[in-house]
Design a protein around this ligand. Structure first.
Ligand SMILES: Nc1ncnc2c1ncn2[C@@H]1O[C@H](COP(=O)(O)OP(=O)(O)O)[C@@H](O)[C@H]1O
Ligand SMILES: Cc1ncc(C[n+]2csc(CCOP(=O)(O)OP(=O)(O)O)c2C)c(N)n1
Ligand SMILES: [Mg+2]
Ligand SMILES: [Mg+2]
Ligand SMILES: [Mg+2]
Length: 343
């Protein structure tokens, strides 16, 4: 049996979701209900508030033994990361996170003190991103802790940045280096001695790129955007498929952090695997017009936010290809974290 995790057929997860939902509700019903964009992007877009604003809604869940173990995350880290993964999906639309609802299913092993620490982390993240915790739900659970968060954000009407806007001639960018979280996870699982704080922090306390998303939206620079939860390869494939384009990534342009490089070197690991297929980075991957590139670079630098140009968009069948350091081309596998590798 294929193990749950880094499978070569990640779209099985999306195939499943599609098989549960596709064709159930007519387009007209959704339009009538005020749904601008339903299932398929980082967040849904629905009418509301005022004519000038739309709501963004998304939810992400963390499950003990799937998303964390006692060895990889403290209780407060679990709370912090559960909310930040959600905030990241609002960032990936160019929106502003506002409210969250939090559901916890608590097994006997999570006593009152542990749960209190989980909420310490949750509220720490809420404060950092200005999110109001407005409700939720609580149940018991037989074995593993489950935290499910619904996040609600706002965005200027008609302006949300979707996965489907990539066009030939644009460049591909990342708002931070990737692979650090996977490096942190690897080090924590293997009780590595040389594990840097930057790698553990990247895994336990990711920093979603809300500011970067806002800059991209406010200047009209972001043509397509995704947050990196399942890995750069998987997210790039999602943009390629949603936009009907080919993404050409350049190996020499992929940002490799010094900490990941030295950890990988010391432990005989290929950093590129972590950078492309690791996931849980919560940086943004997107595309933008070449004529904006200089202005974007200047603005991001002024804000102290990294911006890495890593490739370009070409016309063609949806696919992701990498130009290696030697000038050869190799396919970037549609591979990443998949919860249901066997469907
Ligand atoms: N059980 C479900 N029922 C309906 N829609 C779902 C379900 N699970 C996920 N989705 C939707 O499918 C899309 C992809 O989900 P996901 O891969 O979790 O996105 P992300 O990686 O951005 O968090 C999203 O639009 C999400 O809202
Ligand atoms: C113990 C452990 N094993 C493996 C992982 C790696 N991992 C678990 S879920 C995941 C992908 C992101 O989670 P998902 O629920 O798919 O979030 P979404 O894509 O919906 O944002 C990764 C890389 C981990 N964090 N902890
Ligand atoms: Mg996402
Ligand atoms: Mg999700
Ligand atoms: Mg996922």
């Amino acid at each position: 049996m294929t193990k749950r995790g880094y499978a070569v057929r990640p779209l099985d997860e999306f195939g499943l979701i599609r098989s549960w939902t596709e064709g159930r509700q007519p387009r007209e019903f959704l339009a009538q209900a005020g749904v601008t964009l339903g299932i398929g992007d980082d967040a849904a877009i629905v009418a509301g508030g005022s004519a000038a604003q739309e709501w963004l809604l998304a939810m992400d869940t963390m499950v003990e033994k799937v998303h964390f173990l006692n060895e990889t995350m403290g209780e407060s880290d679990v709370g912090y990361k559960a909310l930040s993964a959600n905030v990241s999906d609002i960032a990936a639309m160019g929106g502003i996170p506002k409210f969250a609802l939090v559901s916890v299913s608590v097994p006997p092993s999570w006593d009152a003190d542990r749960m209190k620490r989980l909420y310490d982390g949750l509220y720490e993240c809420a404060e950092r991103y200005g999110v109001a915790i407005i409700g939720g739900d609580t149940t018991s659970a037989p074995n593993q802790l489950v935290v499910a968060v619904t996040v609600i954000g706002t965005v200027e009407a008609g302006q949300a940045i979707r996965r489907s806007g990539a066009k030939p001639g644009q460049f591909v960018f990342l708002t931070g280096p990737t692979g650090l979280s996977a490096g942190g996870l690897h080090g924590l699982m293997n009780k590595a001695e040389s594990l840097s704080l930057r790698l553990t922090q990247a895994h336990q306390r990711p920093s979603p790129s809300v500011r970067a998303g806002r800059i991209l939206l406010e200047h009209g620079w972001g043509a397509s955007l995704n947050d990196v939860s399942d890995g750069v390869a998987s997210e790039a494939w999602e943009i390629a498929e949603a936009s009907g384009v080919k993404l050409l990534l350049k190996e020499t342009l992929l940002p490799l952090s010094g900490e990941l490089a030295s950890y990988a070197h010391d432990n005989g690991i290929q950093p590129l695997d972590f950078m492309l297929y690791g996931g849980e980075d919560y940086v943004l991957l997107g595309t933008a017009d070449k004529r904006s590139e200089q202005e974007m670079r200047v603005r991001f630098r002024a804000e102290g936010i990294p911006l890495f140009v890593i490739g370009e968009v070409e016309a063609g069948e949806p696919e992701v290809v990498m130009e290696t350091a030697s000038g050869a081309y190799k396919p970037v596998l549609k591979q990443g974290y998949n919860h249901f590798p066997k469907g």
